[in-house]
Ligand binder design. Structure first.
Ligand code: 13P
Length: 257
């Protein structure tokens, strides 16, 4: 059974104390379901504290980024090697990294490779901007970002990679993508994975949607056959909202499988 994967990306929010309190509250709010994996992506500073808290609550952790080298003179960076033992996942190529910090596909593919090399799971984010969408370039952008991000991934590693479709214009705007558009992007991404790694890899790749997901619209995406979960931003900062998304994922899982 493929589990639904629900990842809460807290971005640059919550200090260590608030993060710890959140885990305490979330764990008393949600029941553990075998068919849903819940992952929290706090700031680096909270990972150590939360790593001691989450295991007994069946939650796991993701880092929001990492550097592509394993160690060395890279002031201010954190490597995937340093994240081992703290997290299971690392978000790579988030649109805020691409567009606010100028990350390129070249860096992103090196980071994906670093994450895999260190035995962790990369969540590779892809998605078009509003302008690219308006110019009808969505497919082209997705091809570019999927093949660019996966360029260093061997065929025996592709099953470990999670891909998140996050249209940039839908992030933090309240303007969530239409399910039919998410479905079309999902098909484009799987098609691209298929052309690189074959049919089995394409159908087996876990694909998430992110962009203004909340407890009201979550079910619309979860009903889509090719969507395996979410990368949730703003709504994941609210325990009630996030737990409601998690229980919807559990309810809908039964209907889909
Ligand atoms: P929002 O859910 O706030 O739109 O953010 C999505 C996102 O960027 C998750 O990585």
């Amino acid at each position: 059974m493929t589990k639904t994967l629900i990842v809460g990306n807290w971005k640059m929010n919550l200090n260590v104390h608030q993060a710890s309190l959140y885990v305490h509250e979330l764990s008393s709010e949600i029941n553990h379901h075998d068919d849903v994996d819940v992952v929290l992506a706090p700031s680096f500073i909270a990972l150590q504290t939360l790593s001691l808290q989450v295991k007994k609550h069946h939650l796991s952790l993701a880092a929001q980024n990492c550097y592509w080298r394993d160690d060395g003179a890279f002031t201010g960076e954190v490597s995937a090697t340093q994240l081992r033992g703290l997290v299971n996942y690392v978000i790579i190529g988030h649109s805020e990294r691409r567009h606010k910090f100028g990350e390129t596909n070249k860096e992103i593919r090196a980071k994906v490779q670093a994450v895999l090399r260190n035995g962790l799971i990369p969540i590779l984010c892809v998605g078009e901007t509003a302008d690219e969408r308006a110019n009808g370039e969505t497919k082209h952008v997705l091809h570019d970002q999927v093949s660019g991000g996966l360029a260093n991934v061997a065929s025996d590693e592709i099953h470990k990679v999670v891909i998140a479709y996050e249209p940039v214009w839908a992030i933090g705007t309240g303007e969530n993508a239409l399910p039919k558009d998410v479905e079309s992007a999902e098909e484009t991404i799987r098609h691209q994975v298929e052309s690189l790694y074959g049919h089995k890899a394409a159908t087996g790749t876990k694909l998430l949607y992110g962009g203004s997901v909340n407890s009201d619209n979550a079910s619309d995406y979860l009903a889509l056959k090719g969507i395996d979960g979410f990368l949730v931003g703003g709504a994941s900062l609210h325990v009630q909202q996030f737990s409601s998304i998690i229980s919807k994922a559990h309810q809908l899982k039964g209907k889909k499988s």
